[in-house]
Design a protein around this ligand. Structure first.
Ligand SMILES: C[S@@+](CC[C@H](N)C(=O)[O-])C[C@H]1O[C@@H](n2cnc3c(N)ncnc32)[C@H](O)[C@@H]1O
Length: 259
């Protein structure tokens, strides 16, 4: 049965629901995305707060390593069963030859890659790193700070590759602070420029981009700014509102002088 969108205009459609419910319904209605860009739960949230206020040698506000109940899983089995379910559902919506781009936990991204290649026949098209010059400090001082996140690109079999080489050579990383777009609207918000770079190189003008874990709407905003369309799915109403608001404005808080 078709699901009513939370928001829809000529370019952006947002569903407020579980993506495991929305994606099969979109597939049934014949929706075919040209590209997937997403940033799913990694299952890495911790009930820890890094104290940087009074009595510590670090300055700045406290940092919570708990992102929200959306990143809680009963265990590894639960996490992988959810992960493989959303990948299978997203795969059914992607047209042959389309690009599947996903951020993922650094320790687990190779499992995702193996599944997409071995079980679904995708071709690996490399990694794209977000390097953070302002990483979360390692308070216990037992290892390096985690200063990068990885996204991987895979091409679905059965169709031609889209890669806009005319845009020029681009390295497989971007250095951007976590607050690159001004005030953070989501605990795991990605900088807009990361999403725009993926959209610009791996899709064409007018293409439809799907993000099953829309969060604050970074993928939808990038798609809109670059003349693509986007279907975003997000289960939390608060983030759906944020995503719609960002897309309606169509610019960065930064552009507007916000912070
Ligand atoms: C890692 S965040 C995405 C952040 C996003 N990249 C941004 O820049 O704001 C993942 C999002 O997926 C949502 N989510 C988690 N499980 C979901 C599900 N089953 N269906 C739809 N949304 C889900 C969470 O509420 C969360 O906002």
């Amino acid at each position: 049965m078709p699901i009513t969108p939370f928001y829809k205009d000529d370019v952006v459609t947002v569903y407020q629901n579980d993506c495991l419910t929305v994606m099969p319904s979109l597939a049934e209605s014949g929706t075919a995305a040209d590209m997937i860009i997403t940033d799913p739960p990694y299952g890495i949230s911790k009930n820890t707060v890094i104290k940087r206020s009074e009595g510590t040698k670090f300055s700045g506000g406290d940092i919570s390593l708990y992102f929200g109940p959306w990143d809680d899983f009963a265990g590894e089995e639960d996490f992988w069963s959810f992960t493989l379910a959303w990948i299978r559902a997203a795969d059914k919506l992607l047209r042959p030859g389309g690009m599947f781009c996903s951020f993922f936990d650094r320790d687990k991204i190779n499992f995702l890659s193996a599944f997409l290649q071995k079980s679904l026949g995708y071709k690996q098209k490399g990694y794209f790193l977000w390097i953070k010059p302002n990483p979360v400090p390692q308070v216990r001082k037992v290892k390096f700070m985690n200063a990068w996140e990885a996204c991987s690109m895979w091409q679905k079999p059965g169709g031609p590759l889209t890669f806009n080489w005319r845009l020029g050579q681009h390295s497989d990383y971007l250095v951007l602070p976590t607050n690159a777009d001004g005030k953070r609207l989501h605990p795991t918000q990605k900088p807009l420029r990361l999403a725009e770079t993926l959209v610009a190189y791996w899709s064409r003008h007018g293409d439809l981009i799907l993000d099953p874990f829309l969060g604050s709407g970074t993928t939808a905003l990038a798609a809109k700014r670059l003349g693509r369309k986007c279907i975003g799915i997000e289960q939390d109403e608060k983030y759906c509102r944020t995503a719609v608001e960002r897309c309606r404005q169509g610019f960065l808080q930064f552009d507007a002088g916000g912070g």
